[in-house]
Write a protein that binds this ligand. Structure first.
Ligand code: NAD
Length: 352
């Protein structure tokens, strides 16, 4: 790869806050940023023509067609300003475009948002807010339960799951953990306990999802697993929408098997999240149905959205881009065989 003096970077799906934080962190780095509000997809990939790199977010389409378009346009790096890369066709990128990401920017931001969902759903703060705004000061229907002494289940105990586990311990909850790669040292230090998935599902009154979306975790929450949960369970998802089979969740909410759901992510969120449809209404019947339940709280993929997280995302994204430009080692590169034999990052600091 030739090292150019200055790289031109096309930033897609850009909002005012992306521009503010990326410009704020740019400093003297030899990167020239151009901000596009358009999402990156087959229709917009032509905008990337002539740029050295693109910067993309969670709802950009990063499939083989887009990779071909990027390569044809001379793009050499794709910098994700997010942690998850389930939406990237890594095999289509391999050997042609380096894919870099922000593995961790603030696990606290996401874990604290999960707590906000739990607290609001339990004490029905979202409903109380509406009532008192209407001068209705009745409290019937708003009863919650003490978190203290209840059982929480955290599925996926990476960076975010661990922070949430500690927070919930601070609320006096018994915290059960499930992860195929358990960290027993952490569990002992935090006063939590690893169990297998069926045991967690059967015991927890609050279940929070913090694993990545993979073929193995897709629809982890579906009819069969929901049936194994305690009646009235509260489900929290700040992971990825595809972890839940949403029509099954709607059925379980109707039957009250699920007592409350806090969803920061939704499987079909790409069509709606981060945009304003208040004048148009929704054509997605499942999302529309979800929004009718008083015990469902949907937020629009905002768990990451704190000042600290945005500053970290901007800093790491620009550092990643600069390392691509300078032909340096790519600490945050991902490829489809990163964790298997054959990826050369260990030896060369780059996947290929
Ligand atoms: P991480 O990589 O640190 O941890 C993920 C954990 O999940 C790992 O410990 C892994 O072993 C575990 N895991 C893998 N397969 C599993 C399975 N089948 N069952 C249970 N656990 C499994 O990731 P993180 O930084 O903690 O982030 C977790 C997820 O949160 C990300 O993958 C991303 O999808 C999501 N996320 C959402 C937001 C948001 O704004 N809503 C922001 C950041 C991350």
């Amino acid at each position: 790869m030739k090292t150019a003096d200055c790289w031109r970077v096309a930033v897609f799906d850009s909002k005012s806050y992306d521009e503010e934080f990326l410009r704020g962190a740019l400093g003297e780095r030899p990167l020239r940023l151009k901000f596009f509000s358009e999402r990156l997809n087959a229709d917009t990939v032509a905008l990337a023509q002539g740029y050295d790199a693109v910067c993309a977010f969670v709802n950009d389409t990063l499939d083989a067609v887009v990779m071909d378009g990027l390569v044809a346009g001379g793009v050499r790096a794709l910098a994700l300003r997010c942690a998850g890369y389930n939406h990237v066709d890594l095999s289509a990128a391999f050997g042609r475009i380096h894919v870099v990401r922000v593995p961790a920017y603030s696990p606290h931001a996401v874990a604290e948002h999960a707590l906000a969902l739990i607290m609001a759903l339990n004490r029905k703060t979202h409903r109380a807010y509406n009532r008192t705004r209407e001068s209705n000061f009745r409290i019937d229907g708003l009863m919650g339960f003490d978190l203290n002494g209840k059982v929480a289940g955290v599925i996926g105990t990476g960076r975010i799951g661990k922070v949430l586990a500690r927070i919930l311990r601070g609320c006096g909850m018994e915290v059960l953990l499930y992860d195929p790669y358990p960290d027993h040292e952490f569990a002992a230090a935090a006063g939590c306990r690893y169990v297998d998935l069926p045991a967690l599902l059967a015991s927890a009154q609050v279940i929070s999802l913090h694993c990545p979306l993979t073929p193995e975790t897709k629809h982890l929450v579906r009819r069969e697993t929901i049936e194994q949960m305690r009646p009235g369970v509260m489900l929290i998802n700040t992971g990825r929408g595809g972890l839940i089979h949403t029509p099954d969740l709607v059925r379980a909410l109707k039957s009250r098997q699920v007592g409350a759901a806090g969803l920061d992510v939704y499987e079909e969120e790409g069509d709606y999240f981060f945009e304003d449809f208040s004048d148009e209404g929704l054509s997605d019947d499942v999302l529309a149905r979800l929004l009718t339940f008083p015990n469902v709280l949907v937020t629009s993929h905002q768990a990451f959205f704190t000042r600290e997280a945005l500053a970290n995302i901007a800093e790491t994204t620009l550092a990643n881009l600069d390392a691509c430009r300078a032909d340096g080692p790519l600490e945050n590169e991902v490829c489809y065989r990163c964790c298997e034999d054959g990826c050369r990052k260990q030896e060369q600091g780059r996947c290929f």
